[in-house]
Design a protein around this ligand. Structure first.
Ligand SMILES: Nc1nc2c(ncn2[C@@H]2O[C@H](COP(=O)(O)OP(=O)(O)OP(=O)(O)O)[C@@H](O)[C@H]2O)c(=O)[nH]1
Ligand SMILES: [Mg+2]
Length: 302
């Protein structure tokens, strides 16, 4: 039996649906998803099997024009994921088409060393009519020599089987890189922190989700089979702490409940989750916060 294994980087503008597609391919939620841009901050690896191939999807932060240190570190992580991959899939939002951001990504792809295949996946096809899709396919293929074009809906699951089959055949021959039953390559404490960050992002408005980070500080296995998880939410301003706590602590209570329930389902056992909000005005400039997020601090140097 000839096995295949390799890395598939999913890249695209913020909100393109990269994490949704990663989860769809893996068949479990390994990467958090929200309706807000810049949800994913670091590379998240999710593993899927297709026939004799092991597909390692590398979900990446969205590509945009970075302004701040965190932006720069995120964008560098995304391009790094693309450069290291065996195959790259560029996700484009069908209803937004060829934006300025997409044009910049195409320029970036043209600068990568030749040799790896780059496919186009037009996502969110559930939001447009067929003629729009055909025009967009032509336009994008005129701009860049994609190895193949797929039309998908990561959310509804349309077209993703075709994409997975094609990817399985494109990967290099070789032994599988992860045990057969492994679905993610991310420490549990980080998955847990991401889940809480997702709930915060869903609940809080505007810039606030961007201005916070979540870290799992302690994880204790209890004799009764449950887990006690302590997490810290770092915010940059006093005012933000108040917003996260909410009136009589209602907001943080709701966030904690939502995160605890999802964690408990993911782990298949009871979870006791304790959240603490800490004001740390300079956290966006602290190297340790970046390594906890899975980012390279020096990538953020201007
Ligand atoms: N209608 C529709 N919505 C989708 C589809 N795929 C993803 N979405 C939605 O698009 C939003 C963004 O999805 P994500 O998977 O978080 O996007 P992302 O590319 O990972 O975003 P960043 O991590 O911020 O770069 C979410 O609200 C998804 O539910 C799709 O096929 N159709
Ligand atoms: Mg994402």
């Amino acid at each position: 039996m000839t096995t295949r294994a390799g890395f598939i980087a999913l890249i695209g503008e913020p909100n393109a649906g990269k994490s949704t597609l990663t989860n769809r391919m893996v068949g479990a939620k390994v990467s958090i998803v929200t309706h807000k841009v810049q949800t994913t901050r670091a590379r998240i690896r999710g593993v899927a099997l297709e026939g004799d191939s092991q597909l390692i999807f590398v979900d990446t932060p969205g590509l945009f024009q970075p302004k701040r240190r965190l932006d720069r570190a995120m964008v560098a992580a995304a391009w790094g994921g693309a450069a290291d991959a065996d195959v790259i899939v560029l996700l484009i939002e069908a209803h937004r088409g060829v934006t300025e951001g997409v044009k910049r990504i195409l320029d970036g792809l043209a600068e990568l060393p030749q040799g790896r295949k780059i496919a186009l996946a037009i996502n969110k096809i559930d939001r447009v009519e067929v003629p729009t899709l055909l025009d967009l396919t032509k336009d994008l293929n005129d701009r860049f020599a994609f190895a193949k074009t797929f039309m998908i809906s990561a959310e509804k699951g349309r077209g993703v089987d075709d994409l997975r089959h094609w990817l399985a055949d494109e990967l290099p021959e070789g032994p599988w890189l992860y045990p057969e039953d492994q679905i993610a390559d991310l420490p549990m404490r980080m998955i847990a922190a991401e889940m809480t960050r997702e709930k915060l992002t869903l609940r809080l408005h505007q810039e606030l989700p961007y201005q916070l980070t979540v870290e799992t500080e302690n994880w204790e296995e209890r004799p009764d089979g449950s887990a006690r998880i302590d997490q810290v939410i770092y915010v940059a301003r006093d005012g933000h702490k108040g917003i996260i706590l909410g009136r009589k602590g209602e907001t943080i209570k709701a966030i904690s409940k939502a995160s605890r329930e999802e964690l408990s389902e993911f782990l298949g056992r009871k979870v006791h989750l304790f959240l603490q909000v800490k004001v740390r005005s300079n956290w966006l400039e602290e190297a340790e916060r970046y390594s906890e997020m899975g980012l390279d601090f020096t990538d953020g140097n201007a």
